[in-house]
Design a protein around this ligand. Structure first.
Ligand code: IVH
Length: 668
């Protein structure tokens, strides 16, 4: 008998039935939590049996922003979207229609910004924030309260008075331009994929499982809709004005409009004035002010009939493509860049735009010297959105992605399943070597003061530097030979090279340029591994058990240390005296309740991070181990424990302890 197959089939049948009860009959017979547990069990079992894959399995339902790792909550009032238009004429038609439908009464409208972020619904009870839920599929969203609480502009306890005992307020979580630029600069530096716009950055951030990281990124929130049984006022404008007094950020751009002329003037004004705002907006929203009138106008299946969104046209310019250059980064990825005849776009002169990858070049069907459309819309990095083929020169050749590295001539390769094309000549391709050394000496890495881009270039060109380990063999004479005031420069540089030996292990790891391992990843890996020897011996599953380490980071870490050249560099750095282990501050165990116990940590947790659990185990005399064996005493299992681990633990009869039980055990 195939037990797993039977259970998968049973789970699929049950989950389909519960889905139907919930979504169609509106009469669920199990709690959301029970449902989620069954779904997780199904996902775990399906992962072990690809032969039983079924695209119609309840685990394959997509189409919402619901994320694993968050509890799902049903909205009290469904979260609808807005009818939208790009035409001022259609906004005028909307105004005329509502004025026609509201007979014998003045119909006042409210104009406001359409914030370009991710929508959020907050529930307040007795003046305290009790829950924050994403839009999800409109009916059900993710409970992101822990993350939302980190947004400082959101009141946790209301100020003033007059708030209803129970109400909901909706708004938009945004990442202000400044924070967005900072985040992307950091990601560019770490060669992590950039967020295309603040909207993606805001929704991505809100779904992080680590509230500390959310807090660091600097989200903000604007509110635009109050819902509840006993609202203080009869109009939207007055309710929002009250909400502002309770501590919510309500935009000052919100204003009452009485005539079509008022509406048109508002559009005209904000079409340009919005560019001065600290956050991204993608349009304006016009709402009927009076709540009774709103009620009478009602709803279509998808949106209120009392509101319309006017969307701004993305700013676009037409210019000539001069040529496409191909640039090699520190990790070997080759990026095609469109070099353009300079053109003015949203107040800045654009000369270059990324073409991202070969697929994008092909889909644009871009040819030599084409006239191309450049857009800046919500995106900060200008992008080519199309080609005016009517203006194409006869006989112009299609742009081809280069086949060889523009820097070292090595044939390029495409990474399986990815759009990126890379130069595999990691150890001898000059821009890759220089890029890695520049990274290595950077302030947040080894902090080797005085060695910048130019000096790295000079030292590499002279042949003194071929990799970062060569820095520690540099001589004063070599430096002096390059510069007029060589004596002084040599002293300073050799001094900061010597000081870099005290830089902590986690920064050494970040400095090594292991693909995909950014600053945070390096920290987590450093803490989990303890020292570089242990790290070099870690297996892929062990690496993946580290918080925030996914398959990409795990694979590339393994590949990095499998490379003979990299191992030699690590050995030379160790011999030079760099820090290759965490500075252990041995603390006395606070109890001996876990004395001598080998404990595996698996899954995600809600009370502490995995690193904190590791520390707690050690504080109580236990040992956190990486892989399950007969000697393992217990598994501390969070949500989403890996199916392979689960099965192995069960087969070895190792107790699986959940978070609450564990906290009890250590008396927390
Ligand atoms: S009102 C029932 N007002 O746009 C209507 N929405 O396309 C509730 N949005 O999901 C929405 N700024 O995420 C409203 N001033 C504003 C808005 C706004 C941005 C977003 C919101 C909504 C989407 C609708």
């Amino acid at each position: 008998m195939d037990i797993i197959k039977n259970r998968i089939e049973e789970l699929r049948r049950l989950l389909n039935e519960y889905n139907h009860q919930y979504y169609v009959l509106n009469a669920p017979t199990v709690s959301d939590k029970e449902f989620d547990l069954l779904l997780k069990e199904l996902e775990a079992l399906e992962a072990t049996r690809p032969d039983l894959a079924d695209p119609l399995s309840p685990s394959c339902r997509v189409g919402s922003d619901l994320t694993k790792g968050f509890t799902q909550v049903k909205h009290i009032y469904p979260m609808l979207s807005l009818a939208n238009t790009y035409s001022v004429g259609e906004v005028d038609d909307f105004v005329q229609r509502v004025k026609r439908e509201i007979v014998n009464e003045e119909c006042v409208l409210v104009g406001e910004m359409k914030f370009d972020g991710t929508s959020i619904s907050l529930i307040y009870e007795d003046g305290r924030l009790v829950r924050a839920v994403t839009r999800g599929d409109g009916e059900k969203g993710d409970d992101v309260t822990a993350n939302v609480k980190t947004i400082r502009s959101i009141p946790l306890q209301l100020q003033g008075e007059g708030w209803p005992r129970h109400f909901e307020i909706r708004g938009e979580i945004v990442l202000p331009w400044k924070a967005f630029d900072r985040l992307n600069a950091e990601r560019a530096y770490n060669e992590e994929p950039l967020f295309a716009n603040p909207r993606n950055a805001a929704s991505g951030t809100l779904k992080l499982l680590n509230p500390k990281e959310v807090s660091r990124r600097g989200l903000d929130a604007y509110f635009y809709y109050l819902l509840g049984e006993d609202l203080p006022c009869g109009t939207h404008f007055d309710n929002m004005t009250e909400a502002r007094k309770w501590g919510f950020k309500v935009s000052d751009a919100m204003t009452r409009l009485r005539t079509i002329d008022d509406v048109d003037r508002y559009i005209n004004y904000w079409d340009t004035a919005r560019k001065e705002l600290p956050v991204a907006t993608d349009g304006l929203v016009f709402k009927v002010d009076n709540l009774r009138q709103q009620l009478n106008l009602g709803y279509t299946a998808k949106s209120p009939r009392w509101a319309i969104a006017y969307k701004f046209q993305a700013e676009r310019a037409l210019t000539k493509l001069r040529f496409v250059s191909f640039e090699v980064g520190r990790s070997g990825v080759v990026t095609p860049v469109a070099n353009l005849e300079p053109v003015l776009l949203s107040g800045t002169i654009v000369k270059r735009a990324s073409l991202h990858n070969a697929d994008i070049i092909r889909s644009l069907d871009i040819h030599d010297h084409d006239m191309v459309y450049v857009e800046k819309g919500g995106e900060i990095i200008p992008k080519i959105t199309g080609v005016d083929t009517a203006q194409r020169e006869t006989g112009a050749a299609e742009i081809q992605f280069v086949a060889h590295c523009p820097a070292c001539g090595t044939p390029l390769v495409r990474i399986d399943g990815e759009a990126a094309i890379v130069c595999p000549n990691k150890n001898a391709c000059p821009p890759q070597i220089k890029g890695r050394i520049e990274h290595f000496v950077g302030r947040r890495m080894m902090n080797i003061d005085g060695v910048g881009e130019e000096m790295v270039n000079d030292l590499c060109d002279k042949g003194y530097l071929k990799n970062c380990a060569d820095l520690y063999d540099l001589t004063a004479d070599q430096i002096k030979s390059l510069y007029v005031k060589g004596d002084k420069i040599a002293d300073k540089i050799l001094g900061s090279i010597a000081s870099s030996k005290a830089v902590p292990y986690e920064r050494v790891l970040f400095a090594l340029s292991i693909p995909y391992v950014g600053e945070t990843g390096a920290k987590k890996i450093a803490r989990a591994s303890g020292d570089i020897d242990r790290l070099m011996a870690m297996t892929e599953p062990e690496l993946m058990a580290i918080e925030d380490v996914g398959p990409n980071i795990a694979r590339s870490t393994i590949d990095f240390f499998a490379d003979e050249g990299n191992r030699t560099i690590v050995e030379r750095l160790r011999a030079a005296g760099l820090t290759m282990a965490c500075a252990a501050a041995p603390e006395a165990p606070t109890s001996d309740r876990l004395q001598g116990k080998s404990i595996i940590i698996s899954g995600t947790f809600s009370h502490h991070s995995r690193d904190e659990y590791k520390a707690l185990i050690e504080l109580h005399g236990g040992k956190n181990v990486g892989s399950i064996s007969k000697k393992t005493d217990m598994v501390l299992a969070g949500e989403n424990m890996g199916p392979a681990k689960l099965e192995k633990a069960k087969s070895l009869n190792i107790p699986i302890i959940d978070e609450a039980t564990f906290l009890n055990m250590i008396g927390e």
